[in-house]
Design a protein around this ligand. Structure first.
Ligand code: HPA
Length: 234
C-alpha cells in the first residue's frame, strides 16, 4: 500500500507496462495477459498483474503528463521494487518522414518540463532509456518486419501550447516525436537504478496536422504491445 497505489506487498511484478490511460491498462490486462488480477483502483488508475508466456508482468495506468507519471513511477520503484518499466503510449510526429501509426522507440527524452528544472536546479540532465531494453525492443520489432524509428523524443508539459509552431524548435534538433511522460520515467529509472523504455505509436502529426482514427490505432497498438511484452520478458 502506497499513497496512490493500493497494492499488497508482492502483488506487482518486477516488470511493468505503463500506458497513460487506465482503461488501456485494463484492456491490455484482459487481452494480452493470462490470469490478470487487479491490484489497485485508487482514483480509477487501474493496475493488474498477470502472466505473459508464463512470466509475471504488471500493467498500470500513469495518467497524462509528467506530474502524474512521476507519482506512480516513484511509488512503483520505491515501494514495490519494480525493476523494469516500459511505457506504451502515443505521440505526435515531428518529422515529415514519420507517418501515422509508425512505431517509435525513445532513446532519449528532451523536455520543457519544470520537473527536471526543479530537480537539477536549472542544470540540464539527459534522460535516457536502458540500452538492453532498446536493443531487445528494436530486435523484436525488426524480426517481425515492423521497422521502428529509434531516436530522441520530446516530453512536453503542454498539449495545447501558446505558440503553435513551438514543436519546430525540437524538430530542428532531430527530435522524432512529442509525448508527455518519457523524460520523467527515464530520470526516475536512473535515480533508482532501474531500467526503463518508452514505445510510442504515432497518433498524429504536427507536420501535416493529420491524426489517426481509433480503428487505425488498434492495429498498430497490437504491434507495439507485442514489442513491449517480448521486451518485458526478455
Ligand atoms: N503532443 C503531445 N503529446 C501527444 C501528442 C501531441 O501531439 N500526440 C500524442 N501524444
Amino acid at each position: 500500500m502506497s499513497t496512490h497505489i493500493a497494492a499488497k506487498n508482492g502483488a506487482i511484478a518486477e516488470t511493468i507496462l505503463l500506458p497513460g490511460d487506465p482503461l488501456r491498462a485494463k484492456f491490455i490486462a484482459e487481452n494480452f495477459l493470462d490470469n490478470p488480477v487487479q491490484y489497485t483502483a485508487v482514483r480509477n488508475i487501474f493496475g493488474y498483474t498477470g502472466l505473459y508466456k508464463g512470466k509475471r508482468v504488471s500493467v498500470q495506468g500513469t495518467g497524462m503528463g509528467i506530474p502524474s507519471i512521476s507519482i506512480y513511477v516513484n511509488e512503483l520503484f520505491r515501494d514495490y521494487g519494480v525493476q523494469r518499466a516500459i511505457r506504451v503510449g502515443t505521440a505526435g510526429a515531428l518529422q515529415p518522414e514519420i507517418k501515422l501509426r509508425d512505431l517509435v522507440i525513445a532513446l532519449s527524452a528532451s523536455t520543457d518540463s519544470g520537473a527536471n528544472n526543479i530537480r537539477f536546479g536549472g542544470r540540464n540532465y539527459a534522460p535516457t532509456a536502458a540500452f538492453s531494453l532498446i536493443r531487445t525492443a528494436y530486435d523484436t520489432a525488426v524480426s517481425r518486419g515492423w521497422q521502428p524509428w529509434v531516436g530522441s523524443v520530446v516530453s512536453s508539459d503542454m498539449f495545447y501550447t501558446e505558440d503553435p509552431g513551438e514543436w519546430k524548435l525540437w524538430a530542428g534538433f532531430g527530435c522524432l516525436a512529442v509525448e508527455m511522460e518519457a523524460a520523467e520515467l527515464y530520470t526516475l529509472a536512473a535515480k533508482y537504478r532501474r531500467e526503463a523504455l518508452t514505445l510510442l505509436t504515432i497518433s498524429d502529426s504536427l507536420v501535416t496536422g493529420e491524426s489517426s482514427s481509433a480503428e487505425e490505432r488498434q492495429n498498430t497498438f497490437t504491434r507495439m504491445m507485442e514489442t513491449a511484452l517480448e521486451t518485458a520478458i526478455s
